[in-house]
Design a protein around this ligand. Structure first.
Ligand code: FUL
Length: 632
């Protein structure tokens, strides 16, 4: 039988709802729980929603080669962390209030971080612990010790395997997955990357291989394998069983981001906002790196996202109804760098300080419509209770009469998900007594979690949640109030990297489009834009021995101009005689907008650099590049 996404999603919704009947007190009988409205989460999705924010750990061969995507021909001997400390990584995650970690057990280059017998391209052949180490197991154990969840990323694309593209590779991939799902205890999430096919080593073939991912992997059967071996693990997969991609790697979900989606293949624009009332419960995860790249690169130490930025991303992910998946890449020692740790800690401190005290605690809740005295459940601090309005009460509201002196600027709301997304739009009103209400916010969707930031603290006597539009009387799990604490900022970090060539005196001497000075102005905000093929020649004003060049793509997504897909680079000492410097593909450039470092085939003296960028990385009318540099 072919499993469809729908059959994967089905299951125990009824059990989910029944287990969660509202708490109605000792004396009253539990009211009948009404039918859910629309799609509802499976029990495993329901648990996953409550994980809220967790970490990604990109750590592999790329950490040691400075790349974002390994080609697949890297020597396993390169993997050599000098001081791998999984407890330090877990402590960093906990400092940032992350509830779990997902490790890249294998990235696109095919190198496996666990001692598998399925391939030689793995940690057994690395110097780490003389081939006796197991990064997957060591991090898993540290997560258990630290009391946080553990999950794995296993890249479907494998640039090392000779059999990539044939049925033999799928058997290999499933065997890998089986090892990961059976050796490392309960996993909370299994992450399947959407990046698939392109050039690679492929056992020495060194060619480009394209596959039809949907057909090749047969996602429903892979997801079924995970669910059979790991019933609690939600899959992040490109077809759509448990968790969907939010549609960007910048840390923001649409406002709101509905957890429901139509039953058709993933569409990036839809993925960012979801579709109200659609058939599938397929909620989004917002994944983003704390650094420009997914892997650690020392020259990005000064570009670690600041605590305020992390808080903004938290608000725009968790606060919009998705989970927040923040990448923390360990450095070459195998530890989280001090800068990332400082930023995470400041973010975590602010989060803890903000949400420590629910200022709705002790308030008296009165609902305009209620089923069996459930209004008080809305601020009882319990995750297993909710206020339930009768199904027909689509205009229901609930008022919290606050004890005096409560000053808040943040409202946190949650819907009782087993009954579906009943509320379409709501308002928050406040009053100082009597019936004069002022509306301070109006938003679409309550959903798994909704944060409403008011901008400034207010101290009303009463605060009201009011449905503006609903499909059924609301079922609200939480109506909480907080006073936000802003994260403490970090002092600027100045990095001096002697390998980076100073660009003073550089000039663009020929180009396929004007505006080349934007490439040399040290601002990633300005860009040089050219139709494809884009060509560019730079005179550095003096000759020196260079090892390679850097290219920074534009940071913003622009349908009119995309980063280049490939490059051809040449060097010259006199501007007349040119030596090939290499050709290649930029790695993941359209999604991770980080500076790319490309080594020449060999270091050489050079004064002039000449580039050709044949085509954009994704279909677009033009190519855009923000900065070009060089390294020794
Ligand atoms: C992308 C990959 O290509 C990146 O390298 C990274 O792993 C990111 C999380 O997903 O699709």
């Amino acid at each position: 039988m072919t499993l469809s996404r729908r059959s994967l999603m089905g299951g125990s919704l009824i059990a989910g709802a029944a287990a969660c009947a509202p708490r109605t007190g000792m004396t009253s009988a539990a009211p009948a729980v009404p039918a859910p409205w629309g799609a509802t989460p499976s029990p495993r999705q329901l648990r996953w929603h409550d994980h809220r924010q967790y970490g990604f750990v990109h750590f592999s061969i790329n950490t040691f080669t400075g790349k974002e995507w390994g080609y697949g021909d890297e020597d396993p001997a390169l993997f050599n962390p000098t001081d791998f400390d999984p407890d330090q990584i877990v402590a960093a995650a906990k400092a940032g209030e992350l509830t779990g970690l997902i490790l890249t057990a294998k990235h696109h280059d095919g190198f496996c971080l666990w001692p598998t017998r399925l391939t030689e391209h793995c940690i057994r052949n690395s110097p780490y612990k003389q081939g006796k180490g197991d990064i997957v197991g060591e991090l898993e154990q540290a997560c258990r010790r630290g009391g946080i969840n553990f999950g794995v990323y296993l890249s479907p694309w494998d640039r090392n395997r000779a059999d990539y593209g044939t049925p033999g590779y799928i058997a290999y991939y499933r065997a890998q997955l089986t090892e990961l799902c059976t050796r490392y205890g309960p996993l909370f999430e299994v992450w399947f990357d959407g990046a698939n096919g392109g050039d690679g080593y492929y056992g020495g073939a060194r060619e480009t291989r394209k596959i039809d991912a949907v057909q090749y992997y047969d996602w429903p059967s892979i997801v079924a394998l995970v669910h059979r071996l790991q019933p609690d693990a939600c899959t992040f997969d490109p077809l759509g069983a448990d968790i969907r991609w939010v549609g960007n790697e910048d840390g923001h979900a649409g406002d709101p981001c509905w957890p429901t989606m139509p039953n058709h293949p993933y569409d990036q624009a839809e993925g960012n906002r979801g579709v109200r009332g659609a058939e599938l419960w397929w909620p989004a995860e917002t994944n983003v790196s704390i650094r420009p790249g997914w892997f650690y690169h020392a020259d990005e130490d000064a570009q670690v996202k600041l605590p305020g930025k992390i808080m903004e991303m938290y608000d725009q992910s968790v606060g919009h109804g998705t989970t927040f998946h923040l990448n923390l890449p360990p450095d070459r020692r195998g530890r989280i760098h001090d800068r990332d740790l400082a930023s995470l800690t400041a973010f975590g401190d602010a989060l803890r300080a903000t949400f420590a005290n629910d200022l709705a605690d002790g308030a008296v809740a009165t609902a305009s419509a209620d089923t069996g005295g459930t209004a008080r459940n809305v601020n009882d601090g319990r995750p297993d209770t909710f206020w339930l309005a009768p199904p027909a009460a689509t205009d229901a509201s609930i008022v919290l009469d606050l004890p005096p002196g409560r000053s808040f600027d943040t409202v946190r709301l949650q819907e009782w998900l087993p009954l579906g997304l009943r509320v379409t739009r709501f308002a928050i009103d406040v009053s100082d007594g009597g019936d004069r209400w002022t509306t301070v916010a109006e938003k679409d969707m309550v959903g798994p979690q909704r944060l409403v930031r008011l901008g400034a603290p207010i101290s009303p006597r009463r605060v009201r949640f009011r449905t503006v539009a609903a499909e059924a009387g609301p079922a609200i799990r939480e109506f909480a109030l907080f006073r936000s604490v802003a994260p403490v900022d970090l002092p600027p970090l100045k990095v001096t990297d002697a390998s980076i060539v100073d660009r003073a005196g550089w000039k663009v001497t020929a180009a396929s489009a004007p505006g080349g000075e934007a490439l040399l102005d040290a601002s990633p905000r300005t860009a040089w834009v050219s139709k494809a093929p884009a060509t560019l020649t730079i005179d550095m004003g003096r000759s020196e021995t260079l090892a390679g060049f850097t290219l920074t793509p534009t940071r913003h997504v622009d349908p009119q101009a995309a980063p280049p897909m490939k490059y051809v680079v040449e060097t010259s000492t006199d501007g007349r005689n040119w030596t090939p410097g290499g050709t290649g593909e930029f790695q993941n450039i359209n999604y991770a907008r980080a500076t790319q470092r490309l080594a020449f085939t060999a270091p050489r003296p050079a004064r002039h650099l000449r580039f050709t960028f044949p085509e954009p990385a994704v279909p677009a009318p033009a190519i855009a590049v923000a900065e070009i540099g060089a390294f020794r």
